[in-house]
Design a protein around this ligand. Structure first.
Ligand SMILES: C[S@@+](CC[C@H](N)C(=O)[O-])C[C@H]1O[C@@H](n2cnc3c(N)ncnc32)[C@H](O)[C@@H]1O
Length: 386
């Protein structure tokens, strides 16, 4: 069985653009960072540490524990290398596993082929050692092995997350153009909002931004609604350690928070979905929902942020002219949100100009493959137009 206390290399992935926020989270949890890249970072940690990381990180996608790395020039060498590893210590012979990969190698023009080579080599090894082989397939709900093979360097990991950590499990109903929970968490980190201040979220859609903000304000663990992770399927997993992580996180979560959370949308269906999602997350009672046009959103007195993710005509294939909508966002912020800081997250930089306010900052993000910006507008009285 695997040694859950042994320190090794842990690679934590995040969506493009979120690494600075992941870095902050990791440092706050007390880990030193060995190196950082566009889509994640590496630390030294044990499998027991991975349990905590999976449970507490808001901006991470996956937590990978390195098993081995070597130079692999071709698929035959890959097969032999994988077969030589003690997979019986990592995967139960009567379990289920899947293989995922990121491959950039001249000998491989199809990632699925590399996955197949790894899958067969693991199954052969376990059958040889145990007389039985685990089932395999593409589901990520049990053991997951991740191959990273670029040029000649190959690294093989156990994916201790399984399903992406973006899956918080509160989004039961699907709204149009929802953003990933990890992206919403990163956007919140990029604002100057702090728990205790108001969080106003017109154009809330499925409510991802406002729900993530409440979860943060309550110091509630992002994975508190999950009950399945890849680490649970590693032989040697001690459920009492996982339970202790949960208990400790629950103890540190708050029941109440100051500051209002306001979520509005002009689509009544979006509000129904957002309410349902908030209910599943257990935070519905802390959010004031309203179906209305952005310009009619109630804005309470006091400090806080107004965070808007308008349609931007790419993901929703909108044909309508969105310029008046963006102008209305600017007018709404100028006239009704004085004293707050306004933020607009959009993938359409031309439309953003129609907001008519001078941004103090433009933070780059990616929504899937679409390059986006989070524009920041300080809204003091007499806020200047461009
Ligand atoms: C890109 S989606 C927001 C997605 C959201 N961030 C999420 O994660 O689900 C944009 C939302 O703006 C809403 N919307 C469009 N025009 C609006 C308007 N004039 N006033 C209020 N909401 C509007 C749409 O109904 C849609 O739900």
């Amino acid at each position: 069985m695997a040694d859950f206390n042994k320190k090794g290399t842990v690679s934590i992935t995040s969506p493009l653009g979120l690494a600075p926020y992941l870095e902050k989270e990791i440092s706050e949890l007390g880990f030193d960072i060995n190196n950082i890249r566009d889509t994640g970072l590496e630390i030294t940690a044990s499998l027991n540490d991975c349990i905590r990381l999976n449970y507490l990180l808001r901006t991470a996608h996956r937590v990978h524990y390195l098993i081995d790395e070597i130079v692999v020039p071709n698929p035959d060498k890959l097969r032999n290398w994988i077969k030589s590893m003690p997979w019986e210590e990592w995967i139960h012979e009567d379990g289920y596993f899947s293989v995922t990969s990121r491959v950039d190698h001249p000998a491989i023009d199809n990632d699925q082929y590399a996955n197949l080579v790894v899958k067969d080599a693991i199954a052969d090894r376990i059958r040889f050692k145990k007389g039985q082989r685990p089932d395999s397939g593409s589901d990520l709900h049990q053991s997951v092995v991740f191959l990273y093979w670029t040029q000649d360097k190959a690294r093989i990991f156990v994916d201790t997350s399984g399903e992406s950590l973006s899956r918080r499990n509160y989004r039961s109903a699907s709204s149009s153009a929802p953003m990933q929970e990890t992206l919403a968490a990163g956007i919140i980190e990029a604002t100057n909002w702090s728990p205790g201040q108001h969080f106003i979220n017109p154009m809330t859609g499925g409510g991802t931004l406002v729900i993530e903000a409440v979860m943060k304000a309550l110091n509630r663990a992002p994975a508190s609604l999950r009950n399945n992770f890849g680490f649970m399927y590693i032989p040697g997993f001690d459920a009492s350690i996982y339970q202790a992580v949960r208990d400790q996180a629950n103890k540190q979560a708050l029941k109440e928070t100051n500051g209002k959370f306001i979520a509005t949308d002009n689509d009544p269906n979006a509000i129904i979905i957002a309410q349902k999602n908030a209910q599943t997350a257990g935070v519905e009672h802390l959010i004031d929902f309203e179906t209305c046009d952005i310009t009619e959103t109630t804005v309470p007195q006091g400090s806080g942020v107004v965070v808007v993710n308008p349609p931007y005509g790419i993901r929703l294939n909108e044909n309508r002219d969105l310029r008046p909508l963006y102008k209305n966002i600017g007018d709404f912020m100028k006239t009704k949100c004085t004293g707050k800081t306004g933020y607009v997250f959009t993938g359409n930089l031309q439309l953003a100009k129609k907001i008519g306010l001078r941004p103090k900052s433009r933070t780059r993000f990616f929504n899937s493959t679409i390059e986006c910006r989070l524009f920041e507008y300080p809204l003091y009285s007499g806020t200047k137009k461009n």
